[in-house]
Design a protein around this ligand. Structure first.
Ligand code: URA
Length: 196
């Protein structure tokens, strides 16, 4: 099966999932947000969960934090269509609240499968939820510290026998209320660019 076929299978399974967030999706006529970009991408970005604009369109990072993500990518000459962008949680939490541990547990196996299918060389996590999940999941839990200490650092791990670099980044939304972190994100994107 091609990567595209396998990703389509994930979408079909998420469409059928049961739970509060899936109920909300059906009630509000939202879409699940599976991911977007190249199915052969070397870099995979992992955010937290869709916001309203994402749930209404079925596309990740299309709201205000998405605009800043686009600016960060452009700033280092990476095309959005050449990377793959996804989230841990595939359905929108109400009022953009933080995802609950049981919601992460429910949706994360789909992210694990996306990683297995696409075999990215670099996983860039956006925000602390995806940082914590990816670092714990792939044997980097001994490194765990606050995101303020880990952002922009490059960690090496192996996933199914393949070397993968994990780079924790601040969530682009932080820049919307903390302009100081914009420059830190710009600097971290240069580090990301140097890896590909
Ligand atoms: N924030 C996220 O974490 N993911 C999105 O897709 C949009 C906003």
């Amino acid at each position: 099966m091609s990567n595209t076929d396998e990703l389509k299978k994930i979408k079909d399974e998420v469409l059928d999932i049961q739970g509060d967030l899936a109920d909300l999706r059906r009630k509000e006529k939202y879409f699940p947000v599976i991911g977007e970009g190249s199915h052969e991408a070397k870099i995979m970005f992992v955010g937290e969960a869709p916001g309203e604009k994402e749930a209404l369109s079925g596309r990740p990072f299309v709201g205000r934090s998405g605009q800043f993500l686009n600016e960060l990518l452009e700033g280092v000459g990476i095309k959005r269509e050449d990377v793959y962008i996804t989230n841990i949680v595939k359905d929108r939490p109400p009022k953009n609240r933080d995802p609950k541990p049981e919601e992460i547990e429910l949706y994360a196996p789909f992210l694990d499968r996306q990683i297995e299918i696409m075999k990215p060389k670099v996983i860039a996590t956006l925000g602390r939820f995806s940082m914590q999940y990816i670092m714990n999941r792939y044997g980097l839990s001994f490194e765990t510290s606050p995101i303020s200490a880990l952002h922009g650092k490059v960690f090496e791990t192996e996933i199914s026998g393949e070397k993968v670099k994990v780079v924790p980044l601040y969530h682009p939304a932080v820049a919307l209320y903390n302009p100081g972190s914009k420059d830190e994100l710009r600097t971290d994107f240069k580090i990301l660019k140097s890896l590909i």
